[in-house]
Write a new protein. Structure first.
Length: 396
């Protein structure tokens, strides 16, 4: 790619090859009865696709109309060639994969039968060695927004109290570029799971303008006691989590330094809360600063999920919703519109086996919203919030 190409956004961090068999029979939520040792499960066509935050969010951004550069580290092997080819075929932006000597390329085997949550078999490989050398700052410096994905499962970014991650974010902030970050749920038996994540969040959030984790990830990393209690009550913590717990997690993120805290709530919906206008100014939010900061600052919104009849796979739904949020922010949308567009992008994603195959252009997505795309019933009625019937959102 030409070095003088200007992109609106850059997605960097975790990338992998996703190997996904197509399951022919539903799981009905009981994975233990479905995956029985010694049994044979008939499957359909194998799907090879790009995975990880860089691919999922970056390709979705390009499909939504935001020219985006993709940056990651890969190994010296055949998998990297497959990954490069797939990304270049799918991407209308730029693909910048840095080959790291002595490393292998990351891959995931995605087990996603209809009717139950996904299971990933994952080798982090070169992602564990990702660092400053994998980011082309000459390209980043011309962009409006820099998004880094999954540092919570990339060893070099979380070790040493997040020193490498902070160095990357600080350098990007110094270039006047808005910083955005998404986490991933670590293997509970890994070194990442044993980190003091509250300490790490306090270190990197002052350099992070926008953070977009899932509620499960946040509970695991910032409120482990609450996470364990919810897990003991039901393995699906979303069945018992309260709105106040979600709101408290967002407040924690804002208190530690973020200006915009987004929490993906899976089948429940999508939540966003923002700091006051002074915080946007103090952080020097960067080139993606909302056009109308007072309309964004000190507000919150929660959207229930959109109704989707043909649910195929949830792979990439969270990353696609992030792409929707970033795309709407860069397009100058209000906070409330941005939350709706983010939720709609996630809903579009789950109608296809690949993470980005069903993501439409922004115009098509907003056209469906304007046509009255209905949402699922919401079990929350948060105090202090107003229900907006037109947008089907809780607003504050």
């Amino acid at each position: 790619m030409r070095q003088d190409t200007v992109y609106e956004a850059v997605c960097a961090g975790h990338v992998c090859l996703d190997i996904t068999p197509r399951f022919l029979t539903p799981c009905h939520g009981d994975t233990g009865a479905y995956f029985v040792p010694g049994s044979l499960i008939d499957v359909g066509k194998l799907s090879l696709s790009t995975g990880g935050s860089v691919s999922n969010t970056g390709l979705a951004l390009n499909k939504l109309g935001i020219p985006t550069a993709l940056m990651a580290g890969v190994g010296e092997d055949e998998v990297s060639a497959i990954l490069q080819s797939l990304m270049e075929k799918a991407n209308s932006g730029g693909v910048y994969l840095h080959v790291k000597q002595g490393e292998t390329t990351s891959y995931s085997i995605v087990l996603s039968p209809p009717g139950c949550d996904r299971i990933f078999l994952h080798d982090a490989a070169a992602n564990n060695a990702f660092g400053r050398e994998d980011v082309d700052f000459s390209i980043v410096g011309k962009a409006k927004l820099f998004h880094i994905g999954y540092p919570s499962i990339m060893r070099r970014l979380y070790e040493n109290d997040g020193e490498e991650l902070c160095a990357i974010l600080q350098r990007v902030k110094a270039l006047g570029v808005t910083t955005s970050l998404d986490t991933a749920y670590p293997d509970t038996g890994s070194d990442a799971a044993r980190m003091d994540w509250k300490k790490l969040f306090a270190r990197f959030l002052p350099y992070t303008d926008l953070i977009l984790p899932s509620v499960e990830e946040l509970l695991f990393m910032l409120a482990p006691a609450a996470f364990r209690r919810l897990k003991q009550a039901d393995d699906d913590i979303l069945k018992n989590i309260t709105f106040s717990q979600i709101e408290d997690l967002a407040d924690d993120l804002l208190d530690m330094g973020a200006a915009v805290a987004v929490i993906k709530c899976g089948a429940l919906g999508f939540y966003a809360k923002t700091a006051d206008a002074a915080a946007f100014e103090q952080k020097r939010f960067g080139r993606a600063t909302p056009q109308n900061v007072p309309a964004w600052a000190a507000h919150a919104a929660f959207s229930p999920v959109f109704c989707v009849e043909n649910v195929v796979s949830a792979t990439g739904a969270g990353d696609s919703s992030i792409a929707g949020f970033i795309a709407a922010l860069l397009a100058g949308r209000s906070l409330y519109e941005t939350v709706n567009i983010a939720c709609a992008a996630g809903a579009a994603c789950i109608t296809d086996y690949s993470a980005t195959g069903a993501i439409p252009p922004m115009a098509a997505l907003t056209e469906r919203l304007e046509a009255g795309w209905k949402k699922s019933p919401c079990r929350f009625a948060p105090a202090g919030y107003t229900w907006d019937e037109a947008g089907q959102l809780w607003l504050r």
